[in-house]
Write a new protein. Structure first.
Length: 208
């Protein structure tokens, strides 16, 4: 797999009108973005798009549906910059915060009361690999987007997750939910694997 393909497609996606190349959230990962992700081309053989080349991104962990790749770019068609943001967050959760791949779910449907919503949380990190107790929910947007905070709060309430992150690749907001339906922005970072939110709060007090 050539890194040049990955680099070229990421450049194309983020140079589209309305999307500025802003992935500053991931500058401290120790590797350039195109070395972390893997994007490859596939030619479409049949159907309406026959003859077109589509570009797919290999998921760092499989999606909850079982799929392992996602389309991120097609010539003259839609691109998916938020998917790049999501996969970089998965990498960051594993390499910076110590979570295991089998403790992470992608695109997990969220149930509100008795109805299962068509909405799905971008990333859910669980306390362990049984995937019963959500710990962190991450909502990923494409650069420049500012919406989605209220939706994220509703996911936190529905799933009972104490911590969530909203990110568009350059800006991020950490939500902390110490009690049902109460949200604070007192966390300066998300808890690592093995940490609770209170450990992060204690570390902040120590720094101060």
């Amino acid at each position: 797999m050539s890194k040049s393909t990955t680099r070229e497609i990421i450049d194309r996606i983020f140079k589209e009108p309305g999307i500025k190349y802003e992935l500053t959230e991931f500058e401290a990962l120790g590797k350039p973005v195109h070395e972390i992700l893997e994007i490859y081309a596939k030619s479409v053989e049949t159907g309406r798009d026959a003859g077109k080349v589509k570009y797919f991104l290999k998921g760092i962990v499989p999606f909850s549906s079982g799929k392992e790749e996602v389309q991120v770019y097609v010539e003259g068609g839609k691109s998916a910059p938020e998917e790049i943001v999501r996969q970089l967050w998965v990498y960051k959760l594993i390499h910076q915060y110590g979570y295991q791949p089998d403790e992470i779910d992608l695109e997990k449907s969220v149930q509100f009361g008795t109805e299962v919503s068509t909405k799905a949380a971008d990333i859910i990190v669980y306390t362990d690999d049984i995937k019963e107790t959500p710990k962190i929910i991450v909502e990923c947007k494409k650069p420049k987007r500012k919406d989605g905070i209220e939706q994220l709060k509703s996911y936190m309430n529905a799933k009972g997750a104490p911590v969530a992150v909203w990110s568009n690749g350059s800006d991020s907001i950490i939500l902390y939910r110490p009690y049902p339906k109460e949200f604070e922005n007192t966390l300066f970072d998300i808890p690592k694997r093995g940490q609770e939110p209170k450990d992060v709060l204690e570390a902040k007090k120590t720094l101060l």
